[in-house]
Design a protein around this ligand. Sequence first.
Ligand code: SF4
Length: 493
Amino acid sequence: MNLILENNSFHYELEKLCRLFYPEEPIRVLENGVQPELPDPITAYAGVQEKEGKVQLCARFRDDAEEIHAEAEYIPEQYGDKSPERQLAELLYELLVQQTGFSPRWGILTGVRPVKLLHSLIAQYGQEQAVQVFQKAYHVSEAKTKLALLTMENERQLLNREKVNGFSLYIGIPFCPSRCAYCSFVSMTVEKTMQMIPEYVQCLCREIEAAGKVARELKLSLQSVYMGGGTPTTLTAEQMDRVLGTVQASFDLTDCMEFTVEAGRPDTVTPEKMAGLRRRGVSRVSINPQTMQEKVLQAIGRRHTVRQVLEAFQMARDAEFTDINMDLIAGLPLDTPETFADTVDRVCKLAPESITVHTLALKRSSRIFQEGQQRASGAAAAQMLDYAGPKLIDGGWRPYYLYRQTRILGGLENVGFAKKGCESFYNAAIMDESQTILACGAGAGTKVCDPSGSGQLERVYNFKYPYEYISRHGEILERKEKVKQIYDQYTAQ
Ligand code: SF4
């Protein structure tokens, strides 16, 4: 697909908009009205022109031979817009809807955090008008607006618990027993990296100690811990105990409201590991079936069975975990709306405290994308979510955090549902980007938020790959010092 832009630099937003309609087409962006060397049957055009002191917006779209176009005068400052970007996107959006017959449920929104946008619109205009802007200017459907409002209400209650000097700790374990077909993370399979893990654990513990020192010096108060990955329970019980022991020794956990460990792959869960997590104060675990259909599990390369999911869940309950999350994915290969509904029903019967419903994202580096594996259509994924949402809400699980990803099927969303009082503070905080997250481990990114609440945020990244993380660990420790400098800059302002 060609996207031609004239007199504007809105390629980031407009390219994402085109991708909503053509998720698998490579998109060539041609700026300053440059005409494509290679003609493409699918071509979009978005231009801005000044005529007699007025700004004129123009969009054109051609799929095969048929071309349609629309023009409009830019209305400055409409809904707080400082540039014509949104209105131009709206013009192009309407042509894309007309030509493809597909109306994305989140309208022209392409961002990761629609709930955050709705919250800021409400702060600007009040709820009634903000809802109108959401639906009329951004073209969000009524159902998704309702979902965003409900999610925001629950999320805000959690975020009210954020302390001025509060922070959360993230610990990354980038290893997994095998690679899932939809995975795009830098996670390494155990077969290839078994020998690297002891050294990784050693470096990780050093970084956790350094993070603890920074937190003490800045007098920060730890509110939640999240150990994710990869699959943290890929570590042995001893390795896990060492990491958790280091967390306990390095931080004051008195005000820590939750301590989550992802035990995502049921084939890595053992009674010994679950008991070890409980002993070290872990309060929440995530056991992730993704699907309760054997053939779907095989198609996505999870290498575990439905029975193992049930056993892992029972092991967590036997270890007295009273806060368990289970992740599901809508749109996986070989899944249908009917089999997905069956998965939802079976997971609901287990009665975990939280259920997170993801929609498949077609990441370029995933096997599904690269091998062109068959998966559900956007419409089928939408049907799956239409079943899951009401079923969970009727069952007492309430949506409390929501995010979207690039190339997510049907432009849909991922939603965390939880029983009242079991919502994860960490998940809400990371979505809102309002709290500092000190992150340790390969691929982890620390976010330092201005404690005054100005919304300023700075990021400090670790090396992506475990081998770099190990071989250049001195630099990782130095970067922890940078966190202090950023705090100093904030307080000096
Ligand atoms: S468990 Fe998660 S991180 Fe690991 S391979 Fe599967 S999707 Fe990737």
